[in-house]
Design a protein around this ligand. Structure first.
Ligand code: SF4
Ligand code: SF4
Length: 326
């Protein structure tokens, strides 16, 4: 039994609980980290802006728990976005793409100015939207048409259409959601916007069956979206949070045959502004929005630091995906 210098029995150090220490796992191993380094260099190739968590609807499986009342992440302003774009340019980040997410981005009163700001600097800009009422207001439609005329395919809209049947889509998003989304999709398609569709695979269908369902829907609706192209029809597999996933130590990379560069936080960051906060902050990724331990600071320089994989989502969604490295 260990004794201290006075000969008393020393108290054994209490074991760490899982996910408690940024650098050490519960079993005492060195926790894995992901540096912001990728094949394009140091810095994010994709920078996301969460323009606010408010949404016009409340989907049953929204990963960020958006609703018409959830304003935990408040609206970003054009000036706040511009300031961060200045910073990443000063630091020579190899950023090619700006992603705009929410909530529903078209709820943000400054969304058109934010898009102008990212597009005029030459970034490909991807907006994730439900294409419903917030996008279909006359002021927003007019602004989008002007941006399309000026920037063409540099602006891409990705519309969520969870399933190719009205029943399944409305099951997730509420009665009438499918019809409203189609009004938006038809308008975007008819006005020649660069457009993609995001579906979910949570109904025991394989990729082939789901694509075939969308193919039939697109034909019925008369829209020529390339259902075979995974960049035009993106089908997200459903991944439930595992109950008690293992922690990720540095030894896992070799065991799994993976490298830190393959993980999303090696090439992206997300800027958010919390309710009541003075400034926006950088988060490690889009998947962990509310855990303040994943804040990296309010400047691009601070956001360059490596991310310790200290969250169950890191194991479930990014590193293990059902595998084990124990
Ligand atoms: S439309 Fe998107 S952001 Fe809004 S509740 Fe549904 S999944 Fe969440
Ligand atoms: S969930 Fe963890 S591992 Fe995955 S991108 Fe986010 S911080 Fe990185």
């Amino acid at each position: 039994m260990p004794r201290d210098e006075n000969g008393s029995v020393a108290e054994a150090a209490a074991p760490l609980p899982k996910w408690a220490h940024p650098n050490i796992t519960a079993t005492g191993e060195t926790r894995a980290q992901v540096p912001l380094v990728n094949s394009a260099g140091r810095g994010a190739t994709t920078l996301w802006f969460n323009t606010g968590t408010l949404c016009n609807i409340a989907c049953s499986n929204c990963y960020i728990e958006s609703t018409p009342r959830n304003d935990r992440l408040v609206y970003l302003t054009r000036a706040e976005v511009a300031e961060q774009l200045d910073q990443i340019a000063e630091r020579n980040w190899p950023t090619r793409e700006i992603g705009i997410t929410g909530g529903e981005p078209f709820m943000n009163p400054e969304i058109l100015g934010i898009l102008e700001e990212t597009l005029r600097r030459g970034y490909e800009t991807l907006v994730l939207t439900n294409a419903m009422r917030p996008m279909m207001r006359p002021r927003v439609m007019a602004g989008l048409l002007a941006l399309r005329d000026k920037y063409r395919d540099q602006l891409v809209l990705r519309v969520s259409l969870d399933h190719y049947t009205q029943r399944r889509h409305d099951e997730e998003r509420g009665a009438g959601a499918f019809k409203r989304a189609w009004e938006g999709i038809a308008w975007l398609h008819g006005n020649l916007f660069a457009l993609s569709i995001a579906g979910r695979m949570r109904w025991d269908e394989d990729d082939k069956k789901a694509r075939d369902g969308y193919r039939r829907l697109f034909r019925r609706k008369g829209v020529g979206i390339d259902w075979k192209n995974p960049k035009r029809l993106i089908l997200f597999p459903e991944m439930d949070e595992a109950k008690d996933p293992p922690e990720i130590s540095t030894g896992c990379w070799d065991i799994l045959g993976k490298s830190p560069q393959q993980i999303m936080c090696a090439s992206s960051r997300m800027v958010v502004k919390r309710k009541g906060a003075e400034k926006p902050v950088y988060l490690a990724c889009t998947l962990i929005a509310y855990d303040t331990a994943f804040e990296l600071g309010s400047t691009a320089a601070e956001a360059e630091r490596p991310v310790p994989l200290n969250h169950p989502s890191c194991a479930t969604f990014c590193v293990l995906g059902g595998a084990s490295c124990s």
